[in-house]
Design a binder for this molecule. Structure first.
Ligand SMILES: C[S@@+](CC[C@H](N)C(=O)[O-])C[C@H]1O[C@@H](n2cnc3c(N)ncnc32)[C@H](O)[C@@H]1O
Length: 417
């Protein structure tokens, strides 16, 4: 049966060839990229397609202000560009930096032997752990994870980060708290303490093999770029010294998913306390209902017309936190795009990977509204790729009929003078 493609708004192009690249599916096949990723990460193929389109000059700087799993940075580096990432979450910063660092493999092997030796004789005991960690790991499991972390923290970077990521990489095999799509659920697991050290050793071994494999390929391909990520709020990019040639990113979608909750166990395992995780939740972009407005609002922002129309179509008895979140989300995205514009070079380009959302049967076309917001800050909207369409749940379909939601890449450039 042949399906006709849905009609698109003006300026949109079908790119269903990239549908899989909008998900982490292909990422799982790529060395280093697969060390750690988020439920909504895109695959390297999407960044590669955008860079193919742009053909930036060699030596260009590519930025990703919502760096997440670091995919943009690693692809840019592999292509010989320098790359710079920002993220409000220390987990994303750690993951990204570990993936883009060059390592001394022998030094890591020696460090692993030292860590395992220290653990044999360690009598150290952790203090009281957070109730969430106590629910996720048994006492015996937590003791080993804690001692491993203590031993790893004795090393300097980059060995410390590399080993911490290996530790986080095995955590889901033991934890009873599982990231499930955009949410979080509890599962039952038997006691597995004796398996932690062998799993850690095997994880390090596997990561080292991936580096060795990539080094062989890379030796055949010329210069690599330099890449780095820092903890930073994307709404304040204008205060950074860098000017960039390309920006490729996927901001959080306003779908209520809260990364500080999904990855709470990982953040606690890294040593962040409940208070700093609350801070993270409150300071993140307003894509979920617990995020708070920044201290100062942008002065020239106005609610985009398309958003206003969506808000007017929503039922009167809608949870009042939803319209509030949507208004806050676009105000924040205005700040992100405004601040990015201050740091763009003359011919610089932007690509935002975004997904539309639905609330109470009303579709909110994030891709169209962001094109409006971009123009509000003085960027030229170049067009949008439609990469995939997601259906609504069976339950919602029964209530509201089928409302397909697009996932798109919205392109902008610095305005032609
Ligand atoms: C959709 S994820 C990015 C996914 C990424 N493109 C990938 O493929 O892994 C969004 C990221 O935005 C980060 N974030 C949320 N609010 C932020 C802010 N105000 N500034 C910078 N990063 C923020 C979250 O911590 C999360 O890592």
């Amino acid at each position: 049966m042949r399906h006709s493609l849905p009609p698109l708004p003006q300026g949109f192009t079908h790119r269903s060839d990239l549908a899989q690249a909008a998900t982490p599916r292909l990422l799982k096949q790529r060395p280093i990229h697969r060390w750690f990723y988020f439920p909504h990460s895109y695959s390297p193929e999407l960044v590669e397609a955008i860079l193919d389109e742009w053909r930036l000059q060699s030596g260009s700087l590519v930025v990703d202000p919502f760096v997440g799993a670091g995919t943009t940075l690693l692809v840019a580096k592999e292509r010989g560009y320098d790359a710079f990432g920002l993220d409000i979450s220390p987990l994303a910063v750690l993951v990204s930096n570990v993936k883009v660092t060059d390592y001394d493999i022998a030094a890591i092997r020696a460090a692993l032997s030292r860590v395992l030796k220290t653990l044999q004789s360690s009598k150290e005991h952790p203090g009281k752990c957070s109730p969430r960690v106590a629910r996720a790991l048994t006492e015996a499991e937590y003791l080993i994870f804690w001692r491993l972390r203590q031993a790893i923290l004795k090393f300097d970077e980059p060995i410390r980060g590399f080993m911490l990521l290996a530790l986080l990489g095995i955590l889901p095999r033991f934890s009873r708290a599982v990231a499930d799509g955009g949410w979080f659920r509890w599962v039952e697991n038997p006691e597995q303490a004796p398996l932690i050290l062998p799993a850690f050793r095997a994880q390090i071994q596997w990561m080292l093999e991936e580096i060795e494999q990539l080094n062989v390929t890379n030796n055949q391909r010329g210069r690599f770029g330099y890449a780095e990520a820092i903890s930073y709020d994307a709404r304040n990019m204008h205060l950074l010294p860098h000017t960039f040639d390309g920006l490729i990113t996927s901001p959080p979608y306003p779908n209520r998913h809260d990364y500080s909750r999904i990855f709470q166990i990982e953040l606690l395992a890294l040593g962040y306390d409940e208070d700093s995780i609350f801070q993270l939740r409150h300071n993140s972009l307003r894509s979920h209902v617990e995020a708070r407005p920044p201290k100062t609002a942008p002065s020239r922002y106005q609610i985009p017309r398309t958003l206003q129309a969506c808000l007017e179509n929503m039922p009167k008895d809608i949870d009042p936190r939803i319209p509030k979140m949507l208004k806050g989300y676009f105000e924040d995205m205005y700040s992100v795009l405004w601040s990015a514009r201050q740091r763009m070079k003359q011919r610089a380009k932007l690509a935002l990977v975004v997904g539309n959302v639905r609330y109470e049967g009303v579709l909110v076309p994030i891709d169209e509204i962001l094109a409006e917001v971009g123009e509000m800050v003085g960027l030229d909207w170049l067009g949008t790729w439609l990469i995939r369409v997601r259906g609504n749940s069976a339950q919602q379909m029964g209530k509201y009929r089928r409302i397909p939601a697009r996932e798109s890449v919205v392109f902008f450039s610095f305005p032609d003078s």
